[in-house]
Design a protein around this ligand. Structure first.
Ligand code: URA
Length: 257
């Protein structure tokens, strides 16, 4: 039997969480980069002033080719059910890649990842980290929406995963953030629960001859919306702080302290 849902409570909780992730800022914090980091930042600024390097154009082309293949893909039954395939989008040189489970209704309608409620919350988390959506890459394990947003099936994951693996190979992010159990378990090839996995770095192996990539599992933003608690919200923020620290980036402070 379905439990009665207190709509007012759910709306209040969603607002509270969105306000929390909107409340971070680097302003007012005198952030002095470490000398080594300062050099890196100057190098980054110099790089930004130069025309896009050949490598980044190649990466862009590589990602576009994968996206074309995804749009043509009929490797599993989801291909005939979709409105749009959702290859993923973002910066070909991203230092961070966020990986979710698969498109929902909004993503299927628009052909873009994380554009529904869970996506709006992810946008807030990204900007709470002091980053822009255009600086990261956002993708999914599955590129097509499973009907009624059911869990991905093993055969669908097996068919679809090579697209994501190739995206990771091209982007070579420093950190992958796996959003939720499906992304974390698939990329780490483990049956451990997201509760056991989150909060610490693991290693994703991109293939022979390539160095492992640090992977931080955390709760999916859809899970946060469904299972709101200040504790879960805090856990996700703690995980993101570890990601920022690992990248040598400053940690924004909450305006309410
Ligand atoms: N949930 C996901 O896992 N991916 C999306 O793109 C949207 C919602």
């Amino acid at each position: 039997m379905e439990k009665d849902v207190d709509i007012n409570k759910v709306v209040r909780q969603h607002l509270e969480m969105e306000q929390f992730f909107s409340g971070f800022s680097l302003k007012g914090k005198a952030w002095t980069p470490e000398p080594q980091q300062q050099e890196n930042n100057m190098a980054d600024a110099e790089k930004a002033a130069e025309p896009a390097p050949l490598l980044s154009q190649e990466s862009k082309k590589g990602l576009e080719k994968i996206a074309e293949e995804v749009h043509q893909c009929r490797k599993c039954g989801l291909g005939s059910l979709r409105t749009n395939a959702v290859p993923g989008e973002g910066n070909p040189n991203a230092r961070i890649m966020f990986v979710g489970e698969g498109p929902g209704a909004d993503e299927d309608a628009q052909g873009r990842p994380f554009v529904g409620r869970a996506g709006q919350l992810l946008d807030k988390v990204i900007s709470a980290m002091g980053l822009k959506r255009s600086e990261v890459f956002i993708g999914n394990i599955l590129k097509c929406r499973p009907p009624e947003n059911r869990d991905p099936r093993a055969d669908e994951i097996i068919n679809c995963l090579p697209y994501l693996q190739r995206q990771i190979e091209i982007i070579e992010p420093e950190i992958i953030v796996a959003l939720g159990a499906h992304a974390a378990k698939t990329l780490l090839n483990t049956t451990k629960s997201i509760g056991q996995l989150r909060g610490q770095f693991h290693e994703y192996y991109p293939g022979l001859g390539r160095p492992p990539i640090k992977l931080m599992p955390t709760y999916h933003t859809a899970y946060l919306l469904r299972n709101y608690s200040p504790e879960n919200r805090r856990r996700v923020w703690e995980d993101m702080k570890k990601v920022l620290t690992e990248l040598g980036l400053p940690i924004p402070e909450h305006q309410k302290g």
